[in-house]
Design a binder for this molecule. Structure first.
Ligand code: IPE
Ligand code: IPE
Ligand code: MG
Length: 255
């Protein structure tokens, strides 16, 4: 389906200027999709698309850090992605490891805290070790919390939460109780959910947390995603009216 985002026609400078004083989301979550199609359109192996996607990750992180978004959560590898061909999974794990080592200094310099959410025990040991190291080193920072959803599934997260709260003997369960047993209980819910490559689905991402997130879909394939695309999404968000099931403020809002 053709999705038209007119703000993506503007250049980075213009978008930055328009973002001055705009209402920014506190938490942006991104489904980074389209690496395979990007590669195929160039007659390259899928893995080359994943490699090219690393630059887009850097751009998205820097763009959010620059304008003051406080939480950025990136869907990097889903529970279901384990079912991909072994070579692709292996390449993704290697790329992740390279990212965790290669970006460490940059994250420290920019005072970005790295976190991860998902069934991390399924990650290869060497990847897990680099992840733990980067998380420990960046833990004191709070300019931006960058969370990688790895081996992540929304239903798995809810299942793990329910298991943990049953094990803890919780009774009298309400929405707050469930929230406290999610993978990142201290994170605010995402305000804005971005998906690249034009797919109109959630693919098991943050099912509980996106209850009232604003959704922005772009046709841009993830490896082509640049700071200006993030700024366009942020500006689009700033122009939305969030109603949370209530009546529009223009019609008297609230009670
Ligand atoms: C997203 O790109 C990366 C991961 C899911 C790890 P895809 O690999 O899903 O790319 P497409 O959807 O096949 O184009
Ligand atoms: C979602 O993309 C998962 C990540 C971005 C890591 P997929 O490509 O795996 O999802 P589907 O298959 O399009 O639903
Ligand atoms: Mg995909």
């Amino acid at each position: 389906m053709e999705i038209i985002n007119p703000l993506e026609e503007l250049d980075e400078e213009e978008l930055r200027a328009r973002l001055e004083g705009a209402a920014l989301p506190t938490h942006v979550a991104v489904i980074m999709d389209g690496n395979g199609r990007w590669a195929r359109s160039r007659s390259l192996a899928r893995i080359r698309g994943h490699q090219a996607g690393v630059k887009a990750v850097r751009e998205a992180v820097t763009a959010c850090r620059e304008v003051g978004v406080k939480y950025l959560t990136l869907y990097a590898f889903s529970s279901e992605n384990w079912e991909r061909p072994t070579l692709e999974v292996r390449a993704l794990m290697q790329l992740l490891k390279n990212y965790l080592v290669g970006e460490r200094d940059e994250l420290l310099e920019k005072q970005i805290r790295l976190e991860a959410m998902g069934r991390l025990d399924r990650l290869p040991k060497d990847v897990r070790a680099e992840l733990d190291k980067t998380m420990a080193l960046t833990a004191p920072h709070d300019e931006l919390t960058l969370t990688l959803a790895l081996s992540y599934g929304g239903r798995a997260e809810l299942t793990d939460a329910v298991r943990a709260l049953v094990a803890a003997g919780e009774s009298d369960v309400d929405e707050g109780t469930i929230g406290r047993y999610l993978y990142a209980p201290d994170h605010p819910d995402p305000d804005l959910l971005v998906r690249t490559s034009g797919e109109l689905r959630v693919s098991n991402f943050l099912l509980w947390e996106i209850a009232y997130a604003e959704i922005y879909v772009t046709n841009v394939l993830w490896p082509d995603f640049r700071a200006r695309h993030m700024y366009a999404a942020l500006l689009d968000y700033a122009n939305r009216e969030r109603r949370y099931g209530r009546v529009s403020a223009a019609e008297g809002g609230g009670r």
